[in-house]
Design a protein around this ligand. Structure first.
Ligand code: HGY
Ligand code: MN
Ligand code: MN
Length: 419
């Protein structure tokens, strides 16, 4: 691939200012929280659409509720950059947001420069990347990839008690025309996503940028355990059907399986959400619902681990006389990013004087869901102590600048390829 080198005049300070500005759209009691479809999210979307417009983009919301800024003639084939601006509960200011604001800055800087691309450009804020709708997230990129049906959307309810269809419509989407948001495979010449690493590898190696090679697959199950609520004082230990004690066994078992040789080197397992009924000090827990999530960059161990968890749950319920149900609601397979995309990013690093550090992503991203239909590439930047999904999440202006320059240069490298 010809290495087309002429830097787009990025101003990292503007990215930092946009990140700061959107971070103010948060649940004031739990910074930084801007869950998809929340009031804060709706307000932030209106602000972001204005930013897209001021940057010289023509702005639309597709039927899925993805915010899309476009530049360049319809006749040209399209390159896409983006990420997400929704957060987890008590999340950070950079996860996803960096990728949208850096893409916006590249578009803004292009419009301010005399650089003429061979491709048109789309900047996308994908709706609901985080598991706010547990079994449908990442929603916007999955709909674009043709992965989510109108029926699935029509059945879903947001955590704010609204039908998902209405919530998408409130964003300007059109759930009854969901199929118009679906993109044909190959309809985009390349997709690039800049993201914080959300782990400490780059920081430990004193590097600011990384080239993502693969994306680990999250597999998520909903588990319900039904025992019987009884008097905590009067019920002898051998007469109990304690749902929470069973859940405790399961939680430690998930840890045991994901730290076993089966799941090495990068298997992880988390029980991140749990509700216990009736949740009172003097009542034996009668019912527990929880999520189990396991991830790895290796496909086969994930399948084996899911089977092991299913079997262990059967054994626990048998031995304790409980009724259990497990539903693997979200099963992904690990994604390897295409070599030509890794090459475009690696060449950008080299031409900008950065070492080429190839690395997998343990976190998942919209890129993973778009990879089956578009050539997808990802760039990481260092984040402080690798922290993420927490308000301490932080990326320095210098690293933001390095990442945005690699993003812009990768775009130029892709753009210089024959279309
Ligand atoms: O869970 C993830 O990896 C992403 O933050 N949604
Ligand atoms: Mn995240
Ligand atoms: Mn993210």
């Amino acid at each position: 691939m010809q290495n087309f080198f002429s830097e787009i005049p990025i101003k990292a300070e503007r990215i930092q200012a946009d990140i700061e500005a959107i971070s103010r759209f948060t649940d004031p009691d739990v910074p930084f929280t801007r869950r998809a479809f929340s009031p804060q999210y709706l307000e932030s979307r209106a602000w972001l659409a204005m930013q897209f417009k001021n940057a010289g983009l023509s702005v639309k919301v597709d039927a899925a509720g993805n915010l899309i800024g476009q530049m360049g003639p319809e006749s040209k084939s399209v390159l896409m950059m983006g990420s997400h601006t929704d957060t987890v509960q008590g999340g950070g200011r950079f996860d996803g947001i960096l990728g949208v604001m850096a893409a916006l800055e590249v578009a803004r800087a292009l419009n301010e420069s005399s650089i003429e691309l061979n491709h048109s450009l789309e900047i996308v804020d994908f709706v609901c990347e985080e598991p706010t709708i547990v079994n449908l997230s990442p929603l916007g990129s999955r709909i674009m990839a043709g992965d989510v049906t109108i029926t699935e959307v029509s059945k879903a309810i947001t955590p704010f008690g609204q039908s998902l269809s209405d919530a998408i419509a409130d964003l300007g989407g059109n759930p009854s025309q969901l199929n118009t948001a679906v993109r044909e495979p190959g309809s985009i010449a390349g997709y690039l996503e800049l993201h914080i690493e959300q782990a400490p590898v780059l920081e430990r190696e004193s590097l600011s940028v990384g080239v993502v090679t693969a994306i680990a697959a999250p597999c998520r199950a909903k588990v319900s355990i039904k025992g019987s609520a009884d008097h905590a004082g009067a019920t002898m230990m051998n007469e109990r059907k304690d749902a929470l004690a069973a859940a405790a066994e399961l939680i430690l078992l998930v840890e045991k399986i994901t730290t076993s040789p089966l799941m090495s080197p990068d298997g992880v397992g988390t029980v991140g959400w749990l509700e216990n009924f009736p949740n009172m000090a003097n009542v034996i827990p009668g019912e527990v619902n929880l999520t189990v999530e396991i991830r790895s960059t290796q496909a086969a161990p994930l399948v084996e681990a899911m089977n092991e968890i299913d079997q262990a749950l059967d054994e626990i319920s048998e031995r304790r006389g409980l009724e259990v149900e497990i539903e693997w609601q979200h099963v992904e397979t690990p994604v390897t990013l295409p070599l030509q995309m890794q090459e475009a990013v690696s060449q950008a690093c080299t031409s900008l004087g950065f070492p080429v550090k190839k690395m997998p992503s343990r976190a998942s991203h919209d890129a993973a869901r778009l990879a089956p239909i578009f050539p997808a590439g990802m760039i990481f930047i260092r984040c402080k102590e690798g922290r993420s999904h927490a308000s301490e999440e932080w990326a320095s202006l210098e690293d933001i600048a390095d990442g945005a320059r690699v993003l812009a240069q990768s775009l130029l490298n892709l753009d210089s390829k024959a279309t």
